[in-house]
Design a protein around this ligand. Structure first.
Ligand code: DGL
Length: 273
């Protein structure tokens, strides 16, 4: 059997992509993974497509300074804006979080009504809706921008009992509940932290974690293409950020749901033109 010792690159606009990193690392314990979080230029979700593409290109260029076999865009917003560009420009396979989650949602829905929750930028691109309609034209898709979900999560406010969380989930999800949706795509990598609160607001709906589905797709792809690392290898994790290392260290555990498991270094991302 062929093996491939090169690393996997993962990037996000900041720290939320760690929810996908967690899943990827769990599926692929033998792989070396390099994560870049653009914490100095976050948030991407309220920026123009041109700016997001520019940033994503720099993020990818930095990661490609490592010997990579594959790149995962662990960010709903960057997947919307830059997946096609990076797939065209890079010599390695590039995955985003849209396709796997859409396929899973199409499998899960019984009533044919799916909601997509994501940042304003992602929703403006209709990428989840378009993909769902392509693979399953009968499905009705309700796309809902949730601009305040990222800031509340980053402030540690995601407990279902928190009054602020209850007000915001009710505001964003009342139309989803009223539309009789039975499957909800969490189209932003911060949102898994709000899963419990979202479930309480739309009882019985299946939640699809887009980062976890992308991690599954990556793991399957490595298996199929025989690009997996040797099973004797213990995968290493390295983290890079474009802002405070200390802040990233302090907050990472909330998204990973385990203590940080690798080194963290600062990188001057603007250098990667
Ligand atoms: N990482 C982004 C996403 O998954 C959310 C944070 C941001 O707006 O940059 O869409």
């Amino acid at each position: 059997m062929r093996v491939d010792k090169r690393a996997i690159g993962v990037f996000d606009s900041g720290i939320g992509g760690l929810t996908a990193m967690r899943e990827l690392a769990a599926f692929l314990p033998h792989e070396d993974i390099v994560y870049f979080g653009d914490t100095g230029r976050v948030h991407y979700g309220t920026r123009s497509r041109e700016t997001i593409v520019k940033y994503a290109r720099q993020d990818a260029r930095f990661l490609c300074s490592f010997d990579l076999k594959l790149l995962l865009i662990a960010c709903g917003t960057a997947s919307y804006a830059a997946l096609e560009t990076l797939q065209q420009e890079l010599p390695i396979p590039v995955f985003g979080v849209v396709e796997g989650a859409s396929r899973r949602a199409a499998e899960l829905t019984r009533v044919g009504r799916v909601a997509v929750l994501a940042t304003p930028a992602t929703i403006s691109g209709h990428v989840f809706g378009n993909f769902l309609n392509t693979i399953s034209p009968g499905i009705t898709v309700l796309e809902k921008a949730c601009p305040l979900f990222v800031p509340i999560v980053e402030n540690g406010r995601f407990q279902p009992e928190d009054p602020l969380v209850r007000i915001l989930t009710e505001e964003y999800l009342a139309p989803v509940r009223e539309a009789g949706v039975d499957t909800i795509i969490l189209g932003c990598t911060h949102y898994p932290l709000l899963a419990e609160a979202i479930s309480r607001c739309v009882p019985g709906a299946a939640l699809v974690n887009s980062g976890a589905e992308a991690a599954k797709t990556v793991a399957e792809s490595l298996r199929k293409t025989c690009l997996a690392a040797p099973e004797t290898h213990v995968g290493t994790r390295r983290y890079f950020v474009s802002d405070s290392v200390a802040q990233f260290r302090q907050n990472a555990g909330m998204y990973l749901r385990h203590p940080l498991d690798g080194s963290v270094e600062w990188v001057d991302i603007e250098k990667y033109e």
